[in-house]
Design a protein around this ligand. Structure first.
Ligand code: ADP
Ligand code: ADP
Ligand code: ZN
Length: 224
């Protein structure tokens, strides 16, 4: 199965992609995570991307398409993947289509997470992750069972993103509405778009996504 998680920053794409990847044995492909890894490693790509990401703007299409293209050549994506944060522009969507066509694998579905702007700002402002396993948390909306200890791996170090502040968030929302939201019409026209209410609780959003996935023709065929 190959799917795209679409939605504004803070909508829950990463949270849900992580869960669905675990439940369905898929690989989560987050261009944000890949870019942050490049920044941390100090590669030429990372050096170019850092200032752009800190300012809340989009990294040039050639760079992210190059990253995704290389990643899709790895053998572990063969059983299916969830794209989280890619594509983010119409040229990226076109490039993805070309890449998948060359591999003769179709895209199954695009899941759009809808969340109000004020809630997005609140979610991003309180977001942090486990420094060791990457599990996502929130200051008030998703706290670990034991304070300061990761539920998943037991680590006690956490990190926050430099771009998760109110100023940068305004810029990122603008980039979303200007450059990414046209993808809603793009995938609607291709009959790939499914809309999920991202305002619901995390478990409820997961249930809605599982229901969408269970209804895909590919899986219904497999169940017969
Ligand atoms: P995205 O990948 O779309 O930017 P995340 O998955 O990182 O979003 O979620 C942003 C923040 O909101 C995280 O701190 C996460 O724990 C929290 N969060 C995600 N989904 C929900 C939800 N349905 N309800 C409340 N908080 C959520
Ligand atoms: P969020 O889910 O909170 O929007 P991401 O981790 O997906 O954050 O992305 C963080 C930043 O990385 C973006 O603001 C942008 O600068 C860059 N980025 C990630 N994916 C892409 C992409 N597909 N195209 C361009 N820039 C990207
Ligand atoms: Zn952890």
């Amino acid at each position: 199965m190959r799917l795209i998680m679409l939605g504004p920053p803070g909508a829950g794409k990463g949270t849900q992609a992580q869960r669905l990847a675990a439940s369905r044995g898929l690989v989560q492909l987050s261009t944000g995570d890949m870019l942050r890894a490049a920044v941390a490693a100090g590669t030429p790509t990372g050096r170019e991307a850092k200032a752009i990401m800190d300012a809340g703007r989009l990294v040039p299409d050639e760079i992210v398409v190059g990253i995704i293209s290389e990643r899709l050549d790895q053998p572990d994506v063969r059983n299916g993947f969830i794209l989280d944060g890619f594509p983010r522009t119409l040229p990226q969507a076109d490039a993805l289509e070309t890449l998948l066509a060359a591999k003769r694998v179709p895209l199954d579905v695009v899941i759009l997470l809808e969340v109000d702007d004020d809630v997005l700002v609140q979610r991003v402002a309180g977001r942090y992750t486990c420094a060791s396993c990457g599990e996502g948390y929130h200051d008030t909306l998703k706290v670990p069972a034991r304070e300061g200890v990761c539920d998943r791996c037991g680590a006690t170090t956490f990190k926050r993103r430099p771009d998760d502040n109110a100023d940068t968030m305004r810029q990122r929302l603008q980039a979303y509405y200007k450059e990414t939201s046209p993808l809603i019409g793009y995938y609607y026209a291709k009959r790939k778009l499914r809309i999920v209410d991202g305002m619901a609780e995390i478990d409820e959003v997961s249930r809605q996504i599982e229901a969408v996935v269970a209804g895909l023709p590919e899986l219904q065929g497999a169940a017969e």
